[in-house]
Structure formats: structure tokens, C-alpha cells
Design a protein around this ligand. Structure first.
Ligand code: SAM
Length: 467
């Protein structure tokens, strides 16, 4: 493979005697990874039903290698049930090593298409809030779909400049992931086009962007909170030196140890001006040292200069007072009789026909560009309520009263995902009608409307199965 001379020289400097091993691995096959959605199924539970051989990614508890040359997990009904995400193994590391916990306020500032945001959302287990942002509106659409498919309801999808977010969320977040736009050197093996892109916009270009994003993120983190900074590139300017820059502007940050794995290479203090030895706590993933493409990670904790302790939230006065509804629309309450969730009425937001369920304790966000705020429950149409695809993906089978559950072997599963009308006389009597949650092996796929043993397909047209 033809690599730019300047890149080769830099890698020789970084790797010394390991350089040949690195170059050698360009001829090795790429690695395909699958990450189990622990919000929907346990790792053990998934392994019992997994339709293909999987082998563990040793440093990721819910990550597995699969044979991407021969199987297509993205065409399997379990993918449509949101049971897993397909992701290059080293890219699983940042969200795995950011210790986000249920109930926290988490920001993924460069989130599209959602490889890491989906894992952060799963870690929250429905409690707290995930704000997933990407400056590109078109990429943010894919992000929204992936979060909805994963059944993440306590989230907002924004498409904003981080500088603008700073005005709305000062010291608001407990955890922030910055998976920064970068020169992509770690992707050269997997995607040759990245080499050309590197020649157009290299480390110098991205470094400026990274410095501005990391300092803006720092201002949005509460004292005691943590940032995980990551790139998929090797250049010290975009990695060690970005961290050094942050520490020079915000000395209250400290670099934390990242849960180790034998293949991780430590960050290199000698590549910074200050020679700060703490930089060696950061991590590089090289493709010749472990079965993943390439990443850099730094975990940083913001100290407490203002005397705030861990777990203590600042600015309680920011909480938004949601619209309260004296009386909810009857069509909606009637539908909701089949749902076992206890809704807090103060968290319902009605915009035109659409009803949303908002996460708790958000600041006022007027003026921010967003694609989704909260879980879209559905739409009020003439005299009826139509539940959303996102709600179907958020529900567990046992949380909804009317369910049609098909085994994987039933051809109606794929026909449902293609948008076809189904005959279900073997599953429902003449009398049964209304909105049914359609499941495969107990995992929801979407809704259908039953009348006289015919199921009208309500699967979201944009998500349909394409053979
Ligand atoms: C490495 S990708 C993120 C990948 C994503 N975290 C994932 O795991 O799927 C970087 C993203 O940063 C976005 N981006 C570029 N400049 C940005 C900025 N100034 N603010 C926020 N996002 C930005 C790009 O649109 C791109 O989607």
C-alpha cells in the first residue's frame, strides 16, 4: 500500500523497531466487531441465541469478532430488534472506558453515527440523560435512527456548534465523550480513501478543531466529572499535545488511569513540550499489537476548585419546568392502558400532533437546533393515537399488553420488516383488534394494527428491510 512519505516518517519515529510489524499488518485481514446492546439483552443471553460463531474481543466485555467476509449481521432480524451494533473493535474502547452510570448527565459531543453514543445510552439504563450532538445535520439523522433502534428514550439529539452548547450547559454534565474529528490514520488499513483525505486535511487542520472542542467541553463538565477524549489517529499533535493543551488552559484537570489491557500502548510524554509523565496514562491502540484498527484515548477528571464534591450537581436552578397537562388527550390515555410504564405527566411535552416523554431536569433549550428531544411516544391523529417506532423499540415485551411474538424461523418476521400486511389467524382470534407490538423471539420490532386477523403493517417505512 502506498502511504504518504510524511506519514511513514512519523510512524517510524513513533514506533522505532516496531515499525516493520505495523507495516506488515496492512496485508492482514480487517477485523469485524459486534457489540451487544446490554440495554436489551445480557451478553450471556445473546450468546445463547447468536446465529453465528462469535469470539470475544478480550478488552470489551460485550464485544465480539465475527466473520464479516461471510456473514451479514446487519441483515438479521436481531439487528432490527436493536440487539447489537456493528463497530470496529478498537472504536468500542472509548465508550467502554468512560465510566458513565445510570442517572448521570452524559454528553457525546461528536456523536454521529452513534457507535459510541449507543453504548453510553445503554450504560444509562434509562436513567439520567444522554445528549448526543453532531455538527453535521445529515449525519445526526443516522445518529437518531441508531439511538432509537437501540431503545434509548432518555436522550436528545442535537446538531450544534459546541461553542453554542457551552452557553446552555455550563458545568452541567457528569461525563463527556469527545470522539474528535481527526485525520483518521487509524483507518488507513480499513479504508484506503482515508489516505487521500489525510493528504487534503492532515493533523495540523484537525488539531485546531480538537483544541477548540476540548476546551468547550471542559467548560460544560461539572467539577468532579470526567471527559474521555479519543481519536482514530496516531499523530501526537492530535493526541498527546491536545491533552497537554487542555491541561495548560484548565490546570484543574488530571489525567486518569484507563482500565488496562495488555495490548494498549502508553501515551508518550516525550512527544509533548512539557514532558508531563502523566501523559503515559493515555493509551494508543495499534493494529500490530491487538486485533483492532487504531485509536487514542485519554481519560480526564476535572478537579473541584470551587469546593464541589463528586456526585454533587451544580446549578439546580436550571431545571426546566415542563408544560403540565390538566387533562391528557383521551386517544392517548386509552392507548396507554396497554402500557405498564408509570408516566410522570410533568415530563410529557405535546408539540402539534406529537407527544414526547422528556428526560428529567433539562435546562431551557430555546434556540438550539435539535432533531429529537426526548422519546417520541407517537402522534395524535384524527380521533386516534398512533404509537411511534421509537416507543416500540423502547418497550420490553412484558411492558405492553397486546403482543404478537414470532419465532425467528417464521417467514412473517422478514415480511413484517419489509412492510407487508400479514395474516395472523393462528395467533389472534376474530375479536382481537388494536395496536399490537410485533416481536421476534420476544424482542420488539415495531407496531402493527390488527383487525379481523389481518395485521396492517406499521413498521417505519424508512427502516424497512432491504434484501
Ligand atoms: C470520529 S467522528 C464521530 C464518530 C462517532 N463518535 C461514532 O462512534 O459513531 C467525528 C464526528 O465529529 C463531527 N464534527 C466535526 N466537527 C465538529 C464540531 N466542531 N462539533 C461537533 N461535531 C463535529 C463530524 O460530523 C463527525 O460525525
Amino acid at each position: 500500500m502506498n502511504l504518504p512519505k510524511a506519514f511513514e516518517e512519523k510512524m517510524k519515529n513513533l514506533l522505532h523497531e516496531e515499525y516493520e510489524d505495523y507495516i506488515y499488518c496492512f496485508d492482514e485481514p480487517r477485523h469485524y466487531g459486534l457489540r451487544v446492546n446490554t440495554n436489551k439483552i445480557s451478553v450471556g443471553g445473546f450468546l445463547k441465541i447468536a446465529p453465528w460463531p462469535l469470539s470475544p474481543i478480550p478488552w470489551i466485555h460485550n464485544g465480539f469478532y465475527y466473520d464479516g467476509e461471510h456473514i451479514q449481521p446487519a441483515k438479521h432480524p436481531y439487528y432490527f430488534a436493536g440487539l447489537y451494533y456493528l463497530q470496529e473493535p478498537s472504536a468500542m474502547t472509548p465508550a467502554d472506558r468512560l465510566p458513565a452510570e445510570p442517572g448521570e448527565r452524559v454528553l457525546d459531543i461528536c456523536a454521529a453515527p452513534g457507535g459510541k453514543a449507543t453504548e453510553l445510552g445503554a450504560k444509562l439504563k434509562g436513567e439520567g440523560v444522554l445528549i448526543a450532538n453532531d455538527i453535521s445535520n445529515s449525519r445526526a439523522k443516522g445518529l437518531l435512527k441508531n439511538l432509537e433502534l437501540f431503545g434509548i428514550g432518555n436522550m436528545l439529539v442535537l446538531s450544534e456548534e459546541p461553542g453554542k452548547l457551552m452557553e446552555y450547559f455550563p458545568e452541567y454534565f457528569d461525563k463527556i465523550l469527545i470522539d474528535a474529528p481527526c485525520s483518521g490514520e487509524g483507518m488507513f488499513r480499513k479504508d484506503k480513501k482515508m489516505v487521500k483525505a489525510w493528504e487534503e486535511h492532515g493533523p495540523e487542520f484537525f488539531s485546531k478543531l480538537q483544541r477548540s472542542i476540548i476546551t468547550q467541553a471542559a467548560a460544560m463538565l461539572r467539577p468532579g466529572g470526567s471527559i474521555l477524549y479519543s481519536t482514530c489517529t496516531f499523530d501526537p499533535l492530535e493526541n498527546e499535545q491536545t491533552i497537554e493543551y487542555l491541561l495548560s488552559k484548565f490546570p484543574e484537570f488530571e489525567i486518569c488511569q484507563i482500565r488496562p489491557y495488555e495490548g494498549f500502548a502508553p501515551g508518550i510524554p516525550e512527544l509533548t513540550e512539557s514532558g508531563n509523565q502523566e501523559i503515559s496514562k493515555t493509551v494508543r491502540i495499534f493494529p500490530h499489537k491487538m486485533r483492532g484498527e487504531g485509536h487514542y484515548l485519554a481519560l480526564l477528571r476535572k478537579g473541584s476548585p470551587t469546593g464541589f464534591q463528586d456526585g454533587e450537581k451544580k446549578k439546580p436552578g436550571l431545571e426546566k419546568v415542563n408544560t403540565r397537562f390538566e387533562k391528557l388527550p383521551e386517544e392517548f390515555t386509552e392507548f396507554w392502558l396497554d402500557v405498564s410504564w408509570n408516566l410522570e405527566p410533568s415530563r410529557l411535552d405535546i408539540h402539534g400532533e406529537r407527544i414526547y416523554y422528556m428526560p428529567k431536569g433539562l435546562p431551557c433549550m430555546r434556540g438550539i437546533r435539535f432533531l429529537r428531544s426526548g422519546l417520541l411516544l407517537g402522534e395524535l391523529k384524527k380521533n386516534r393515537f398512533e404509537p411511534s417506532q421509537a416507543l416500540a423499540m423502547c418497550l420490553k415485551k412484558e411492558e405492553y399488553g397486546k403482543v404478537l411474538d414470532f419465532p425467528l424461523s417464521d417467514t412473517r418476521v422478514i415480511r413484517y420488516l419489509k412492510g407487508e400486511t400479514l395474516e395472523v389467524e393462528d395467533k389472534a382470534s376474530e375479536k382481537e383488534k388494536g395496536w399490537y407490538l410485533i416481536c421476534v423471539d420476544g424482542y420488539p420490532l415495531g407496531f402493527g394494527k390488527l383487525n379481523r386477523q389481518i395485521l396492517k403493517n406499521k413498521y417505519l417505512p424508512g427502516w424497512r428491510f432491504q434484501p
